[in-house]
Design a protein around this ligand. Sequence first.
Ligand code: SAM
Ligand code: SF4
Length: 417
Amino acid sequence: MNVHDSEKILGVLETEGFIRTDNPRFADLIIFNTCSIRQKAEQKFYSELGRIKSYKKINPHLKIAVAGCIAQQEGKKIFKRARHVDFIFGPQNIMALKHFAAEGHVPVAVEENPLIAIEDLPARRSAGISAWVTIMYGCNNFCSYCVVPYTRGRERSRPSEHIVAEVSKIAKEGYREVTLLGQNVNSYESDVDFPGLLRKLDGVGGIERIRFVTSHPKDLSTDLINAIKELPKVCEHIHLPLQSGSTAILKMMNRRYSFEDYIEKISALRDKIPNISITSDIIAGFPGETDEDHRLTLKALREIEFDGTFAFKFSPRPGTKAATIHENLTEEMKSERLYEILALQDTITEKKNKAIEGAIQEVLIEGSSENGNGNLTGRTRTNKIVDIRANEIVKGTLVDVEITKGKKHSLQGKLVG
Ligand code: SAM
Ligand code: SF4
């Protein structure tokens, strides 16, 4: 979501005549698009901000802006900590950048839920075959550990015709895949609900694949499962964060589902779409998490066998309920738990990747492999990265690939036919 917000920031600046430079020393404007989901991201930002202070000596006209969730949360307090900052704007106020860039005023723009957020912002997408499209802003769920409802405000869905128009435009520009973005896409609601939106988008010519993130397990409906199964362009992958395998911890997290509810959703998904890949987020060491709760999370990973998992150590965030709960675990204990989760998931991912060796998969070619081995890279419909021994195929082409090797973080394959 932050990457796409940066594309919108670039889009707004482009309409003001700005040109991007890769060298910050030549810049007249430097913007930090920040994340405050965990403390580590915040620390990194402040150290980078300190580091570029000297650039103002090289270029006295240089302006420095802070965007994103830290900007929203801290507001003008950032000026006190870093006097070299000129402008602060939150994720709901990207349009304010236009006035700052043009006139140099409005030093703080952190208004909550301005209607402007619903309007389409110009986005300068990086060239490629896959594009992000925001379908909704904010979140109403208030999971007890999470800053998002405070920094991105309440849920607001974009009208479906705006989304269809944006996706049609993207298709004309040559993109082949869209990823629909929202903190909880399952609660998208305008003239249609989320499955209805998928049905509309499935009809957009030129787009071959539709993906979406993130789905909240409590709102995953049978209608959505049917839409994934029936709609040819909607890929067989769902990111469905579990967070913990312990129902007691899920309750403390205010996730509003039990582990048993979650398992039911997984069964419903796999019954209807047997080849679906399912990925998850897990938080290690939530306050009050016992050895038994942690064991339940490891047991859940073994039982569910996710295709992949993003796992994080619990990080107390200012203003959230979980930050007020006494932390019973040291950083070291949280790191140990995180390590166990990641190590277990690695073995499961490798096992699942090996299980598809010999299978034929449809791959959308994204470009040259990052390995620098002259191969091509692309993704399966199930969102697995494949390194392919071939070099003549055009970016954006759909090809059939036989999986020759399943590895921990990717697959190897060869072209069929
Ligand atoms: N809206 C999505 C959902 O409900 O799953 C996820 C949004 S959040 C930006 C991405 C992930 O960050 C969460 O799923 C959670 O695992 C993790 N996260 C959020 N707050 C955290 C915190 N305070 N400490 C550790 N991890 C956190
Ligand atoms: Fe944060 Fe929960 Fe909303 Fe996801 S659903 S953004 S974890 S509050």
